[in-house]
Design a protein around this ligand. Structure first.
Ligand code: LLP
Length: 438
């Protein structure tokens, strides 16, 4: 079952909505790109995480909302009793506003600010302790506020980059030189800080290895690591009953069915077979594998340009690195295709697909092979449901994109495109008056 597919006449559809038509209706006067999400794909991904667990195993799934903070997406996810993983005070605030119970929220972070910690502590969210400095600040604040705090402890197991094959350095969060988590050398010190304050209760161990992981066995190793450590700590920590193995499962950005990437169900099947599963409760914190393949950026080809010396051919589009920074930042691969196959000609050949931003690093793909599209042809950048809009910016004074949710043959706008005034509204003149907007 595919929620983004070509109809027989070569038109790309999201569920039962034709994207060429949708583009005409949504892109507006300025013909801006927009994001289209498939509700069906999202529900399928959610079910993949909720079903298939061995009977009796207690688990909860927390959506890492940094991947996509559109409140409508959060609402859909909440309907299925999925919890929230927040990494900033504003993410905690948003989750609370959307009606998540504090016990459904884990506040994570290596650099929590006082107001953020206070917010999470007073609301009664879980906090994930990242270091001795974090433990100390949390301990004194909990005392000051007179609140009890339920804590996870983020462990840094010092995995090697070889264990995380194919994971970009920037997405590798559990090597010894990463800024995240408590290493084994510092574990006793941090536990001591937690244990010496009776307001603090250590309920779980956490470890998020990194992101775009394509090998389930790495996540199983992580589980075993936490289990072993947990068994060791349990005699002195009666409240310790949860193992949080983080998120990080990759998705099939290449769309090469022969290779593929394990699905959430594959992960759960593998977890079920681990000995000792019944002794603990589990938390999983997926972001990308819940929402990544639910969204596409729909944009337009502005024209083709040839490099003078190399004969390199550029497809120039209206989708910029401000809309999707992943290719520029991580050399990440995104599949790209036209909305209407009739708008291409010739044999497939390699192109560099670029955006309109004044920056050489502004590209969507390099050496991407496809038939040549005609100018003005609509294109789709696949798998933009995670870390696209949530990492987007106003660089070059470009507006944030509109977002559309498709359900079968219906669609609705769940975010309008920004206008110049939306961006200018936050500025003041030198007399401290808001800039005039039209
Ligand atoms: N839990 C923690 C503690 C995390 O730091 C992250 C992501 C997640 C869960 C969710 O990971 P996921 O399942 O989405 O891989 N901007 C990068 C990804 C950064 C991920 C940071 N942490 C990208 O676009 O690839």
């Amino acid at each position: 079952e595919s929620f983004f597919s070509y109809s027989e006449d070569g038109k790309l559809r999201c569920e039962n909505v034709d994207l060429t038509q949708l583009q005409n209706e949504v892109s507006g006067k300025c013909d801006q790109p927009f994001v289209v999400y498939s509700k069906g794909q999202l529900v399928k991904n959610i079910q993949g995480y909720l079903n298939g667990w061995k009977d009796g195993v207690k688990f909860s799934i927390g959506f890492a909302l940094k991947a996509n903070f559109n409140p409508n997406i959060l609402q859909l996810i909440k309907e299925f009793n999925i919890n929230c993983i927040a990494v900033s005070g504003n993410e905690v605030n948003l989750a609370l506003r959307e009606g998540y119970q504090p016990q459904q929220i884990i506040f994570n972070g290596n650099g929590k600010q006082r107001w953020e910690r206070k917010l999470a502590l007073q609301a009664g969210c879980y906090l994930n302790i990242d270091s001795a400095m974090d433990a100390k600040s949390t301990s004194s604040l909990a005392t000051e506020l007179g609140v009890e705090a339920k804590l996870f402890l983020r462990i840094n197991p010092d995995v090697t980059s070889a264990q995380l094959e194919g994971v970009h350095e920037y997405n590798s969060t559990a090597t010894s030189d990463s800024k995240f988590g408590v290493s084994s050398q510092h574990l006793d010190e941090v536990l001591e800080i937690i244990n010496s304050n009776e307001n603090l209760h250590l309920v779980g161990l956490h470890c998020h290895l990194g992101s775009t992981i394509k090998d389930v066995s790495v996540l199983l190793d992580n589980l075993r690591y936490l289990m072993t450590l947990g068994e060791k700590l349990r005699p002195k920590h009666q409240n310790l009953k949860v193992l949080n193995i983080g998120g990080g499962l990759g998705i099939d950005y290449y769309h090469q069915t022969e290779v593929g990437v394990p699905s959430p169900s594959d992960l759960i099947k593998a977890l079920n077979e681990e000995p000792g599963m019944d002794d603990w409760e589990y938390v999983l914190e997926p972001g990308r594998s819940l929402v990544g393949n639910t969204g596409m950026i729909v944009g337009r080809v502005l024209g083709i340009k040839e490099g003078a010396k190399t004969g390199k051919r550029f497809i120039v589009t209206n989708v910029g690195m401000n809309d999707l920074i992943r290719p520029s930042l991580y050399n990440a691969h995104h599949h790209i295709s036209v909305l209407d196959k009739a708008q291409t000609f010739g044999d497939p050949m390699p192109f560099e697909i670029v955006g309109p931003i004044c920056e050489c690093g502004d590209f969507l793909a390099k050496g991407f092979t496809m038939p040549e599209p005609v100018a003005e042809c609509g294109i789709a950048v696949w798998d933009c449901g995670a870390y696209a809009t949530s990492m987007s910016s106003n660089y070059n004074l470009r507006p944030k994109l509109a977002e559309v949710l498709v359900d079968d043959n219906q669609w609705c706008l769940i975010r309008r495109a920004e206008a110049l005034d939306d961006i200018l509204r936050t500025f003041y003149d030198l007399r401290g008056r808001p800039l005039e907007t039209s």
